[in-house]
Design a protein. Structure first.
Lengths: 113, 115
């Protein structure tokens, strides 16, 4: 079946280091992907998105890479800060689905001071 | 940009009692609206979505129902809650028409505990 999953449930990094969170998807028809950050007790917060006609997109301290050949995307956070500690979800959709998203289970990022 | 309001933030209900969770959206018109449930430590499961007033699509068979009485109001209901209905309920909104690529934006959720 269709799925969007994450490689690791937890990731621990030192403050100031770069973080890389990975995600794999199964549906080759998926053409739009989103990364969300969820802090404890709150709803997911949009971070960055990427369309399938791109392989890289940069935001403020974040970069998303998309490899359609192996159906993999990653979120890179530069100079990770304590405020980046949260659960990160990737989500994917496919054309014609009314924007419905399929979410992965999430990776918990912990930043050590 | 849109703002999604959900209330209450937390709710404790006995088994068999009714439920009504409300979501309202500001800053947009004719949005797509979504209800999700998130179990502890898990991803989000889509329960219902709506592309317009009175239009509800259900993703999974369940004990819950949804209604959209106004353009920017989405309600999640149950006549009799089950223990398995416990969870974190999130409302989301997506602006834009057609199938254009726009992210969904989320409210801060309702934590529902069934006793």
């Amino acid at each position: 079946g269709e799925s969007v999953g994450l490689h690791l449930p937890t990731l621990s990094v030192q403050e100031g280091d770069n973080s890389i969170i990975n995600c794999a998807y199964s549906n080759s028809a998926s053409d739009y992907f989103i990364w969300y950050k969820q802090e404890s007790g709150k709803g997911p917060q949009f971070i960055i998105d990427i369309r399938s006609n791109m392989d890289k997109r940069q935001g403020q301290r974040v970069t998303v890479l998309l490899n359609k050949t192996v159906k993999h995307l990653s979120l890179q956070i530069a100079a990770t800060q304590p405020g980046d500690s949260a659960v990160y979800f990737c989500a994917g959709t496919k054309r014609g689905s009314q924007g419905n998203l399929i979410f992965g289970k999430g990776t918990k990022l912990s930043v050590k001071p | 940009s849109q703002t999604i309001h959900q209330w209450p933030a937390t709710l404790v209900q006995p088994v068999g009692s009714p439920l009504s969770l409300e979501c309202t959206v500001e800053g947009t018109s004719n949005p797509n609206l979504y209800w999700y449930r998130q179990a502890a430590g898990r991803g989000l499961q889509l329960l219902f979505y709506s592309v317009g007033i009175g239009q509800i699509s259900s993703e999974v068979p369940q004990n819950l129902s949804a209604s959209r009485p106004q353009d920017r109001q989405f309600i999640l209901s149950s006549k009799k809650l089950l223990l398995s209905d416990s969870g974190f309920y999130l409302c989301a909104c997506r602006t834009g028409t057609g199938v254009g690529d726009q992210p969904q934006h989320f409210g801060d959720g309702t934590r529902l505990s069934i006793l």
